[in-house]
Every structure is written in structure tokens, then in C-alpha cells.
Ligand binder design. Structure first.
Ligand code: GLU
Length: 289
């Protein structure tokens, strides 16, 4: 099912282009609904285009039934989009970007086997961000010229940061931001030995290919934005605008996650709530978005 906006065919004058980027690893909950509603409103207010990007790269956790459920739940809530794509269909594009990074000396193979390698296809949230890398496999600058720049199929790869050079950007909601490579994050994973890109790389390649002008997502991804800006620079891609939304928390102050089953859109719908009832729970920014 691809719900299309009724004004889909009209010639758009504005150049705004946004995206909804859910991962089909569980049922969408109130926190997702809030971020996606804001993304939808911002695209609508700017007479822009909105994409649905199915972030189904995680081979262990992505499931077709969740992909179907997220489409149904978004549509039920009143969110419509113009076009959609699936990340699993785009592996050759990610491989091209990976080769480009290798050629330009931004990437190196890493043989460390750690939990973060398994998690790399998922966006890192508050409690599961990639730890600072020990630099065990990082080649010294003098070794860079001899580094094999061909992508081999059974190796993980990391992006080589320039430590200490801050990455600054102005977020359209959260205000001025600055993160320091080497302090806030280290050499991060961009490719897994099973032939899959990391979330960071896939996101950058897709945001550019889809012509995204503003990325709306949760505030816990601010640090990922700094990593993604470094990738954009390395790949000579434009940096879009960013709007990081505040996170919804449960009574104990925990970020809402897919484990909060009772707050899934599906559970609320089955309990008899209407889309308007759910939208009323979203506590939207006072600026009216
Ligand atoms: N699929 C990611 C998530 O569900 C979204 C990341 C993004 O919007 O860049 O957290």
C-alpha cells in the first residue's frame, strides 16, 4: 500500500523534501508518532514532498510484518507520503559510496569483533550508541599510502575521523550544536563484513539521493548527525537542514522504545482510541512546529 497525497500530481513550487525513516523492527509507538507527525506537518506546511524510507537493513530484527504494520499505523494516524523506498533494494548504491570513501583514504578495514558491529545497521539511540573505538586497527598516517583501497567482501570498515576538529551545525529545533570527533565519537563503523552498510552510511547516501532538504528525527540522533556531516563532506554531498525533535519519555523518564508495547499505536487503536485521540497525546512544540 502506498498512500498518496491527493495533491501528489500537482507541480510543486517549494523545494522542501522530507522523509519518514522507520525501521521495521517492532511496532511504532507514541514517540515515533510524534516525530513522524512533526515531519509530516513540516513537509505539508512547506508544500513539500515527503518520502517513506523503510530502513530494513538489520538482517536479524527487520520483519515484513512490521514493515506492513508501520505503513498501516502511519496511514491510520493521518500521515500520508508521496513516495517510498526500501533500503534493502539499494545495496549497490551503498557499495559505490563505500568504494569512494576507500579510494579517497577515509576508510580502513577493521577486524575487531564487537557487539557494536552487530548493531551497526541500526540507528544508535540514547542507551546504545557506538562506544569510542580503541583505534586498534587504525592505520597510522604513514601507512595510508600502502592501504589496500579495494573493498573486500569479508571485512568490516571504519570511517577515519580527524580528532579534535569540531563539527558544528545549527539545528532548526535544538539550536546550535557542536560535537568533537575523538571525544564525542571515534572512528565509526560504515561497513559490515556481511556486505551491509552501517546506518550512518546508508542514511547519508539515501538522504542525498532522495533530495532531502530537512531531516526530522529524534534528538538522540544529534551525535549521529555530526558523524553524518563528516560522511557528507567526504563524499562531496550537500548537508541538509536538521530538525531534531524532543523525545517522549515514560513516567520513569525512560525514552519510549519498542518495548513499551502498551504505547504502540496498534495497542491504542485496538483499545478504541481514535487517530485524533492519539494525536492529542503528542505534546507538540509550542511554536506549532
Ligand atoms: N530508522 C531510524 C530509527 O528508527 C531513523 C533514523 C533517522 O531518521 O535517520 O531510529
Amino acid at each position: 500500500m502506498t498512500p498518496l497525497r491527493t495533491d501528489n500530481q500537482k507541480q510543486r513550487t517549494a523545494s522542501y523534501c522530507g522523509r519518514l525513516a522507520p525501521s521495521p523492527t517492532g511496532l511504532l509507538h507514541l514517540g515515533h508518532a510524534r516525530t513522524f507527525w512533526i515531519a509530516y506537518e513540516r513537509a505539508r506546511q512547506n508544500d513539500g514532498k515527503l518520502w517513506l524510507r523503510d530502513e530494513d537493513l538489520d538482517p536479524l530484527r527487520s520483519r515484513a510484518e512490521f514493515a506492513q504494520a508501520m505503513r498501516e499505523d502511519l496511514y491510520w494516524l493521518g500521515i500520508a507520503w508521496d513516495d517510498e523506498l526500501r533500503q534493502r533494494d539499494r545495496i549497490p548504491r551503498y557499495r559505490d559510496a563505500m568504494r569512494q570513501l576507500l579510494q579517497a583514504g577515509f576508510a580502513y578495514p577493521c577486524s575487531c569483533s564487537r557487539k557494536d558491529l552487530q548493531q551497526a545497521t541500526q540507528a544508535p539511540h540514547e542507551d546504545d550508541d557506538e562506544p569510542l573505538y580503541s583505534n586498534r586497527c587504525r592505520p597510522g598516517s604513514s601507512d595510508l599510502s600502502t592501504l589496500d583501497r579495494v573493498l573486500v567482501s569479508n571485512s568490516n570498515y571504519r570511517f577515519r575521523i580527524a580528532a579534535g576538529d569540531p563539527v558544528a551545525f545549527r539545528d532548526n529545533h535544538a539550536g546550535p550544536q557542536s560535537f568533537t570527533p575523538g571525544v564525542d565519537f571515534g572512528d565509526f563503523l560504515i561497513w559490515r563484513k556481511d556486505g551491509l552498510p552501517s546506518y550512518q552510511l546508508a542514511c547519508v547516501v539515501d538522504d542525498a539521493a532522495m533530495g532531502i532538504t530537512e531531516v526530522v528525527r529524534g534528538r538522540d540522533l544529534l551525535k549521529s548527525t555530526a558523524r553524518q556531516i563528516l560522511l557528507q563532506r567526504a563524499l562531496s554531498l550537500q548537508t541538509p537542514a536538521y530538525f531534531h525533535t524532543d523525545l517522549m519519555r515514560d513516567a520513569a523518564g525512560q525514552r519510549l522504545a519498542k518495548r513499551h508495547d502498551a504505547l504502540s499505536l496498534r495497542a491504542m487503536r485496538e483499545a478504541g482510541l481514535t487517530p485524533a485521540d492519539v494525536r492529542a497525546k503528542l505534546v507538540l512544540p509550542s511554536s506549532g512546529v
